[in-house]
Write a protein that binds this ligand. Structure first.
Ligand code: N01
Length: 531
């Protein structure tokens, strides 16, 4: 392979992780190049532009904290920021810190090969250009490889085919249209109420219903914003000591320790407050099936109160463990099923057989459609990494290494792949924590690590095999104490992708995770092979 332009660090991806990695490492004096497939920054918020897309974490928490000026000067307009505003924020950050000059947009990295002789990585882009770097940082995102199910004759559909994770940049007008949507996860739950207001008919094809809690989104409460900003650092620090690094007001008692009325009152208060904090109603919803059933029963009751047709309400009630699939947060999702132009098809009763040129055929029916939307999610956590041909020591590919599920150390590094880091990869809290907090923690850890190597004239860092083995065991052991690995077919385990090895991928518990990462750094990275 011919040699190309050389950098200290190459970062793949210019979402929130890649942008901060660039800023932090550049500030430390490393030469950095970022590659990004899209033609703009923002990652998830660049691609997921469907109507109704918004964050389910409070805006004052879902934002960077690395710059005091930034977090004080930026004003969010709503409690939960809509996608266009988050994308504006990402663009503002890129401008403010002059990031674009080191980001190559519209560039897909195709291969990454570790050169043992020179102790460096060689990257080739889709355009055939070659670059080299001492270190590579994968900021490729957890939910960035779209899941496009293998529906028969999908390619024969002559109407408009959309995926929520790759939404057009221009406004899509559904007025007067017959629209079909496959999937009822977080993306579908946000987009369905919006499209229902426009479409002539919206047909929702549901395989597994999701639990959804109302967002009760609102304009930003200015006095709340002022109060948080007056103690922002403390607020952030308090949140980082919580399980998911969120200000979710965790209750420290069991759902089974109190009277039915008290339990109901707690759920009702959380329902009225809205959002993900519902999952923190009691301390045992994630670990005790009887406790979990009380929460599920409460949501079932709410669905039956909201949806007028009781048979339809029943079909919308999930029978899985609450929280096992990512809890959804909605605005008028269940209410939307009271509209005459919205139909729910349970594909367990009437399976999708094939897509036709003009719509979709189930076992018993034919649906004529102008637009078909796939809200079918992502090949999560490993999908984006494994779609690049990454080769470590002796040509071992990451695909081979992770055939039986992801194996890494601290969710940050992989044995056999020196000088290679993943941000919010499997084995780290990532999707089960406030993502931006998790991203900043990872970038800071990597930046400290690279500074340590430079200060000590070291050129290579690789996770020890034994450290990695113990880490994978630990991640599984923690997950196995909860109801999540086996309580449903979630993307946390890869169960949504046919053929994907079923392993619960995230590390549960942000504070204990951070403690472990800090310990490793304080012990001079002794669980790594350093050269
Ligand atoms: O994807 P999903 P998503 N035939 O995987 C169905 C984040 N997010 O894009 O459950 C028929 O959750 C699938 O059915 P089943 C958030 O972390 C955040 O909605 O596998 N159906 C499911 O109903 C979220 O969890 C926000 O049986 C098929 C749906 O498609 C994550 O992104 C907003 C199918 C996919 O749901 C992913 O959410 C949006 C098939 N072959 C997303 N394959 C917020 O911040 C899949 N499905 C609010």
């Amino acid at each position: 392979m011919s040699s190309g332009k050389q950098f200290d660090v190459i970062v793949v991806g210019a979402g929130f992780a890649g942008m901060y990695a660039l800023h932090r490492l550049r500030t430390l004096g490393f030469s950095v190049q970022v590659f990004e497939v899209g033609d703009g920054v923002g990652g998830t918020w660049y691609w997921n532009r469907y109507p109704g897309a918004r964050c389910d974490v409070n805006s004052l928490e879902y934002s960077y904290q690395f710059s005091q000026e930034l977090q004080q000067q930026w004003n969010w307009s709503e409690k939960y920021a809509p996608q266009p505003e988050i994308l504006n924020y990402a663009n503002h950050v890129a401008d403010r810190f002059d990031l674009r000059r080191d980001i190559r947009f519209s560039t897909r990295v195709q291969t990454m090969t570790f050169d043992q002789k020179n102790n460096s990585w060689q990257l080739q882009t889709e355009q055939g250009e070659i670059f080299q770097a001492s270190y590579c940082i994968m900021a490729t995102g957890c939910l960035s490889k779209n899941n496009i199910p293998d529906f028969e004759d999908l390619d024969k559909f002559r109407g408009r085919l959309l995926h929520t994770g790759d939404w057009p940049h221009e406004k899509v007008d559904f007025s007067g249209q017959r629209v079909g949507i496959i999937g009822t996860g977080s993306s579908a739950i946000q987009v369905i109420p919006q499209i229902a207001q426009q479409a002539a008919i919206l047909t929702v094809f549901q395989r597994t219903p999701s639990f959804s809690i109302p967002a009760h989104n609102a304009q930003m409460d200015k006095s709340y914003e002022r109060s948080i900003k007056s103690r922002y650092a403390d607020f952030r620090q308090d949140n980082s000591k919580r399980y998911a690094a969120l200000n979710n007001n965790p209750n420290s008692i069991s759902a089974l320790e109190i009277s039915d009325d008290e339990r109901e009152a707690e759920y009702e208060a959380r329902w009225q407050a809205g959002g993900l904090a519902f999952l923190a109603s009691f301390n045992d919803l994630a670990i005790n099936i009887d406790a979990n059933k009380t929460a599920a029963a409460f949501v079932h009751k709410k669905i039956h109160q909201i949806v007028e047709d009781q048979a339809l309400a029943k079909r919308l009630c999930p029978q899985t463990v609450l929280g096992c699939k990512r809890l959804c947060v909605d605005t008028d999702y269940y209410q939307t099923f009271n509209r005459d132009n919205v139909k729910l098809i349970d594909i367990n009763e009437d399976a999708i057989e094939k897509i036709t040129a003009t719509g979709l055929k189930t076992k018993d029916n034919v649906y004529e459609l102008d637009t078909l939307i796939l809200a079918t999610g992502f090949d999560a956590m490993t999908g984006a990494l494994l779609s690049i041909d990454i080769r470590g020591i002796d040509g071992l590919t990451l695909q081979e290494k992770w055939q039986q599920g992801p194996k890494n150390y601290l969710g940050l590094t992989v044995h056999g792949f020196p000088n290679f880091f993943t941000i919010t990869g499997p084995g780290s809290p990532s999707v089960l924590a406030n993502m931006i907090v998790a991203i900043e923690q990872h970038v800071d850890w990597i930046a400290d690590c690279l500074s340590y190597l430079r200060e000590n004239s070291l050129h290579s860092i690789e996770a020890n095999e034994e450290s990695e083995r113990q880490w994978v065991k630990l991640v599984n052991r923690i997950a196995d104490q909860t109801l999540f690995p086996s309580g449903c077919n979630s993307w946390y385990t890869g169960a949504n992708i046919p053929g994907k090895r079923r392993v619960f991928m995230p590390y549960l518990g942000f504070p204990s995770y951070v403690e472990k990462c800090n310990e490793v750094a304080a012990n001079s990275y002794s669980s790594f092979k350093l050269e």
